[in-house]
Design a protein around this ligand. Sequence first.
Ligand SMILES: Cc1ncc(COP(=O)(O)O)c(C=O)c1O
Length: 404
Amino acid sequence: MNPGLALCHPYPFEKLAQLKQGIVVPNNKSAINLSIGEPAHETPAFIRDALFEHIKGLGTYPTTKGLLTLRQAIASWLCARFNLPLTSIDPETQVLPVSGTREALFSIAQCVVDASRAKGGLKPVVIMPNPFYQIYEGAALLAGAEPYFLNTTEASGYLPDFDSVPEAIWQRCQLIYICSPGNPSGSVLPQSEQEKLIKLAENYDFIIAFDECYSELYDDEDNPPVGLLQTAFGVGNTAFKRCLVFHSLSKRSNAPGLRSGFVAGDAEILKSYFLYRTYQGCAMPLPTQQASIRAWQDEGHVLENRKLYRAKFAAVIDVLGKVCDIHKPVAGFYLWLKTSIPDTDFAQNLFAKENVTVLPGSYLSRDFGGINPGQYHVRIALVAPLADCIEAAHRIKNFINTLT
Ligand SMILES: Cc1ncc(COP(=O)(O)O)c(C=O)c1O
């Protein structure tokens, strides 16, 4: 067996199922689940229609590289969204379709980490935020690397602090995962920090895997989250050296079951990653590619999607703001709520008393540097219908009132 497997943690939702096991919930309260980050707004009809229109494509093996028309649609979207000159992204060499970003975020580590390049008998390092999307950690472990965590706390604005990383860790670093906007906090890594990261990557020769899968769910229409390719281009790294961005239709277009996303950036890395992917075999089915083209070419439905989340945040914060210190995130669909009691107790008792499920923050994080930055937080995913989110907010408020 791959020795990294023994180091992989159970997934947060397995831990949550155990936490809830055997608990009898009040039978007069319907279940509201705000723990899982699965978008639940309806998938736009035009995306479903495109899938059916092209259903005959199931009769053909898709290629790993995907249709040129898909890569062109993606490149055009990237340029428009991130204020890049129209021809700055080459669909031939700088874009690859992926079957959702989850598999891509995992497989990129398997492709780029060179465990034989261990320094001083020590494993290569993959840096990631803490709390994090757990795939980053599993990917690092299974690639034979050692994860190094960047604690993101309230004091740091829930952002990683690159200055805190010891020189010896940068020396061993081959890959860094950054999630911006972040899961779970929704914080966006400012442009100046992105510039710093690009410089660090250049100095220490590592690759940046920048997970932007929440980048389209932002609050301020006039201020969309800045992306890594935009920053790279701005500092003259017009070939996006060492930079890869990961985007998905799951959250942007409410199509988590489509399994469609892309990776874009450094052509040299993507050339190797393309070779890797031909063996891995995650080619995107043709009907999915056609539906994805339509989705990337339309912004109207994304605007509507943002409106729905904005309404939910406003309503929920209106209720919860009366009993706790709560902030609207810049982006994403999570509330990262501080708790006055241990997060696991909060989640378990909230479930027992109010039949509302939220995710303990410590299930998304590790003890590192003497703290666990997920502790005393819960993640509340505003994915349920508006009425359910409001009902859940009232129940959470009632529950918080019992704690004081
Ligand atoms: C931070 C982050 N990255 C990536 C993903 C994967 O999304 P998908 O595989 O649907 O593109 C998720 C899903 O929840 C996520 O939260």
